[in-house]
Design a binder for this molecule. Structure first.
Ligand code: ADP
Ligand code: ZN
Length: 738
C-alpha cells in the first residue's frame, strides 16, 4: 500500500490534509519536504509534517510534485511549530509560517544568479591580438581584466570604454568565459574585522562558564539564568561557551533584541570566530529579502554554524545545536505582536528542551518570570556581581524636580545635571541624556481649561513635533497643524506639557553652544546607516553629548561616557500596566549601565517627581534582588504573573456596540468551557479605547493552569469566521496590556 503524508498547505486553515504518496516520489517525500498538492480546484504549496500510521479508508489525492531536494524544514522546527500552535492557541499554518521566513517560502526564492566573467588565458595569442587590432573596446576590456581580475558582467559592462558587447566579443574569441554563478547577498561583504582573542576571565566569569558547561554536558540540561550587572562581561562568557560548542563540532544560536543588534554586537562575534571559518549568519529585520534567503540557506546547508539574530532567529534551521543564548532576556521586543504572539525567549527555552541543549538567559535585570523560575529551582541561577577589571558601579543621584512654588515653570534639565555635563565637557568626557519619549513636547494642554489635543482616531494625546511644526499621533500617524488658541475655551497661547527629545536637544544646545550634540530616536534614525554612523561618531569622540530615547539605553559600550542623565523617570510609571514599575526599574538599570564603563567612575542623574518610588530607590542602589523580592510579593498578593498567567482576548471594530456585542458572545462561550482555576473578566474597554478609528474591547483570563487552558480555548478560535469588520486576537502571556 502507498504511504500517506500529512501536509499543511499554505492557506490559513488550522488543518493538515492527507495525501497519497505516488510510488515514483516515495524516496523524495521526507518529513519537512516542500510539496505541491491539489487543493479543491487549485494547487498549493505545502509542507509534510507527519506520516500518519492508520491507513485512511477513502481515496486520497496524490502529491503532485516535490519542490525541495531534501527535507526543507528540519523536524525540530515542525515540533516547535506544533507546540506553538497548542500553547499560543494559533492555527498550525500560522505557526508554521512564522517558523519559515517569507523570503524562503516565496515561489521565486532562490540564490541570485548573475553572469561572471573570468579569463581563460594569461597571454593574448599573437594571431588573436592581430585580429583584435581594430576592436578597441575589446582591447580595453582585456586590459581591464588583466589588471583587475574577474568580475560580474553587469559591473564590467559599466566600465568606460568596455561595453557588455565587448565582453561577449572576448568570449567569442575564447579569451574569457561568461557563466552564470551564484552571487551571495552577504550583509558583511564590506565589513572586514580583525580577529579578537579571549579575555582571561575573572573568578565569577569562570564559575559562570563552568556552570554552563555542566549544563551542556548534562543529559537533561537546565536553563541557566545568567544575571550579570552591566559591564560584568556576560558577552565574554557567551563567547567562551560558544567556542567550546564549536570545538565539539556543534552550532550556536544567539538571540539579541532587535534594538541591540548593532554592528558593534555582531562584530564581537565575528571577530572572535573569524579564524575558525565556521560562518556567522545574521537574521534581522533590516536584511533585504534576498539577503535573508541566502542567510537562511547557508544556515540550512551547514555553512554557517553561528547565528545571531533578533526574535525570529529562534527558528534558525541549525543542525546539531549545542547552545542557545538569549541576551537581555527581559526585553519585551522578544514578544511577537502578530499571531501567534509568541515570546522568543520562551520558544528558545522550549527548543532547548526539545533538542536537549543548554539555554542561557542573560540580563542585568532578569524578568520576574525567569527570576521566579530560578528561585523555584527550575532554572539554575548564576550571578556576575562585579564589573570587569575592578570597574565600579556608577553613583546615582536622584533629582527631585517638583516645582516648589506654584506657577514656576517646570524644570527641563536641572541645574545639577547642567553642572555635571559641563564638567564632562571640560574634561573631554562624554555624556548621554536619556528621555523615554519622542517629539518636541509631548502633548498640547490648555492651561486654562485643561483641554488636551487628542487624536481623532485614537484615544491618545497628540505629540507636538517642533521641526515639522505639527501635531502627530504615534499610533496611527495622523498629523495636523497646531491651533493658535484652545479650541474649547479660546485661551491663547497654548501651552506644551511634557518634553520630548527635540526639546531637550534644544535646551542643551542653548546651555552648551560649543558642544557637539547629536540626537538619536526613531524620528531621525530611519535606516540602519544613520544609526551606525551616529554611534560610530560617538565612539570616536566626534560627539560630546548624545540625546535619545531607549534606542540608546541598551547594550552600548562607550568607555568615555561618565555621565548619564534621565530627564523624566516617571513617564513610564504612568502607564496603566502592572509591569510599569518593573519597566522603569529595568530601564534605569540599563541606562545607568551606560555610565562609567572605562576607568573613571560614572555618575547617573535621575530627574523625577516621585523620588521615593521603590523602582527608583532600588535602581539607585543597584539592588536587583531587593527590587525583585518586593515586586514578587506585590505580584503574588494581586495574583499577577508569574504566579498566575494571563490570556488577553481583544476585539477591534469600527462599530462600538457591535464590537462589544461580539466579544460578549465570545466571553459567554469561553465561560461555558468551565476552564480549571481560571477567572474571566470583561469585556471592558481597553486602556487605549480606540486606535485608528477602531474601538477596542478586552476580555482577561487569569489562570493558574495555563497548560490546561490554552488547548481548550483553541477550538473556539480555529477556522472561525468573525463578522467582516471585527478583528479578534488572542494573546497568551501578553506583555502589552494597552
Ligand atoms: P555586559 O554584557 O555584562 O554588560 P560586556 O560583555 O559588554 O559586559 O563586557 C564589558 C567589557 O569588558 C567588554 O569590552 C569586554 O570585552 C570586557 N571584558 C569582558 N571580560 C573581561 C575580562 N575578564 N577581563 C577584561 N576585560 C573583559
Ligand atoms: Zn491616532
Amino acid at each position: 500500500m502507498a504511504r500517506i503524508a500529512r501536509v499543511v498547505p499554505e492557506v490559513s486553515l488550522d488543518r493538515a490534509f492527507d495525501y497519497a504518496i505516488p510510488e515514483a516520489l516515495d524516496a523524495q517525500v521526507t518529513l519537512g519536504a516542500k510539496v505541491r498538492v491539489p487543493f479543491k480546484s487549485r494547487q498549493l504549496v505545502g509542507y509534510v509534517v507527519e506520516f500518519p500510521k492508520e491507513p485512511f479508508a477513502g481515496s486520497l489525492k496524490p502529491i503532485l510534485e516535490v519542490l525541495s531536494a531534501r527535507a526543507f524544514l528540519p523536524a525540530i522546527l515542525i515540533d516547535l511549530a506544533q507546540w506553538m500552535a497548542q500553547y499560543y492557541a494559533a492555527p498550525l499554518t500560522v505557526a508554521l509560517m512564522s517558523v519559515l521566513p517569507k523570503a524562503v517560502r516565496r515561489a521565486d526564492a532562490a540564490f541570485k544568479q548573475r553572469l561572471w566573467v573570468e579569463p581563460l588565458t594569461d597571454v593574448l595569442p599573437e594571431e588573436t591580438a592581430a585580429a583584435m587590432k581594430k576592436a578597441r573596446a575589446q582591447l580595453a576590456a582585456w586590459e581591464h581584466l588583466r589588471q583587475n581580475g574577474p568580475g560580474w558582467l553587469a559591473d564590467l559592462g559599466q566600465i568606460p570604454g568596455c561595453s557588455a558587447a565587448a565582453w561577449r566579443g572576448l568570449a567569442e574569441r575564447n579569451l574569457v568565459s561568461i557563466q552564470a554563478r551564484t552571487q551571495d547577498r552577504d550583509p558583511f561583504l564590506h565589513a572586514p574585522v580583525a580577529e579578537s582573542t579571549p579575555h582571561e576571565m575573572n573568578p565569577e566569569q569562570l564559575a559562570a562558564l563552568s556552570a554552563i558547561r555542566e549544563e551542556m554536558d548534562a543529559e537533561k540540561p537546565r536553563v541557566v539564568l545568567l544575571r550579570g550587572v552591566t559591564g560584568s562581561g556576560k558577552t565574554e562568557v557567551y563567547l567562551q561557551a560558544i567556542a567550546r560548542v564549536l570545538s565539539l563540532g556543534k552550532s550556536a544560536l544567539v538571540l539579541v533584541p532587535e534594538i541591540a543588534l548593532t554592528p558593534q554586537t555582531v562584530e564581537h562575534f565575528r571577530a572572535r570566530f573569524i579564524g575558525r571559518k565556521v560562518g556567522v549568519a545574521v537574521l534581522h529585520s533590516h536584511l533585504s529579502s534576498g539577503e535573508r534567503h541566502d542567510q537562511w540557506q547557508h544556515i540550512r546547508a551547514g555553512r554557517a554554524r553561528i547565528v545571531i539574530g533578533a526574535r525570529s532567529a529562534v527558528f534558525a534551521p541549525l543542525d546539531d545545536l549545542g547552545i542557545i543564548v538569549v541576551d537581555e532576556e527581559h526585553e519585551h521586543s522578544y514578544k511577537q505582536e502578530e499571531s501567534p504572539h509568541y515570546h522568543a525567549r520562551d520558544v528558545a527555552v522550549m527548543r532547548g528542551h526539545l533538542e536537549r541543549v543548554a539555554v542561557v538567559l542573560g540580563s542585568a535585570t532578569p524578568s520576574l518570570e525567569s527570576y521566579h523560575h530560578a528561585k523555584e529551582g527550575k532554572y539554575r541561577l548564576v550571578e556576575l556581581l562585579q564589573r570587569v577589571e575592578e570597574g565600579q558601579m556608577p553613583v546615582t543621584h536622584i533629582l527631585d524636580i517638583r516645582s516648589t512654588k506654584k506657577g514656576d515653570a517646570p524644570v527641563l534639565v536641572a541645574p545639577r545635571l547642567i553642572e555635571a555635563i559641563q564638567a564632562r565637557l571640560d574634561r573631554q568626557e562624554q555624556a548621554i541624556i536619556f528621555l523615554n519619549r519622542r517629539g518636541y513636547s509631548s502633548s498640547l494642554q490648555c492651561p486654562q481649561c485643561g483641554q488636551v489635543e487628542m487624536c481623532p482616531n485614537c484615544s491618545v494625546a497628540l505629540t507636538f513635533h517642533r521641526q515639522a511644526g505639527k501635531l502627530r499621533c504615534h499610533l496611527c500617524d495622523f498629523s495636523s497643524g497646531v491651533p493658535q488658541a484652545c479650541p474649547q475655551c479660546g485661551f491663547a497661547p497654548y501651552k506644551y506639557a511634557g518634553s520630548g527629545t527635540e526639546k531637550v536637544e534644544h535646551a542643551l544646545v542653548e546651555a552648551f553652544p560649543t558642544a557637539r550634540i547629536a540626537r538619536m530616536d526613531s524620528d531621525n534614525m530611519r535606516g540602519k546607516d544613520a544609526y551606525a554612523k551616529t554611534l560610530g561618531d560617538f565612539a570616536e569622540g566626534k560627539i560630546d553629548l548624545l540625546v535619545g530615547t531607549q534606542m540608546i539605553a541598551k547594550g552600548l559600550h562607550f568607555p568615555r561616557v561618565t555621565c548619564v542623565g534621565v530627564i523624566n523617570a516617571d513617564l513610564a510609571l504612568q502607564i496603566p500596566d502592572f509591569r510599569a514599575g518593573e519597566r522603569v526599574f529595568q530601564l534605569l538599570m540599563q541606562v545607568s549601565g551606560r555610565s562609567g564603563r572605562g576607568q573613571v567612575r560614572g555618575e547617573v542623574f535621575v530627574q523625577t517627581r516621585v523620588p521615593f518610588h521603590p523602582s527608583i530607590q532600588f535602581a539607585r542602589h543597584h539592588d536587583y534582588t531587593g527590587f525583585a523580592e518586593q515586586e514578587l510579593e506585590f505580584r503574588r498578593s494581586l495574583h499577577y504573573p508569574p504566579y498566575e498567567r494571563f490570556v488577553l482576548v481583544t476585539a477591534r471594530g469600527r462599530n462600538e456596540e457591535k464590537t462589544l456585542y461580539v466579544l460578549e458572545q465570545l466571553a459567554k462561550e469561553i465561560g461555558k468551557l468551565n476552564l480549571p482555576e481560571t477567572e474571566i473578566t470583561g469585556p471592558s474597554p481597553a486602556p487605549i479605547a480606540r486606535i485608528e478609528e477602531r474601538y477596542r474591547f478586552q476580555v482577561f483570563l487569569r489562570t493558574r493552569r495555563i497548560m490546561a487552558v490554552t488547548p481548550r480555548l483553541r477550538p473556539l478560535f480555529m477556522d472561525r469566521a468573525w463578522p467582516d469588520d471585527i478583528r479578534i486576537t488572542l494573546d497568551v502571556d501578553p506583555v502589552d496590556l494597552l
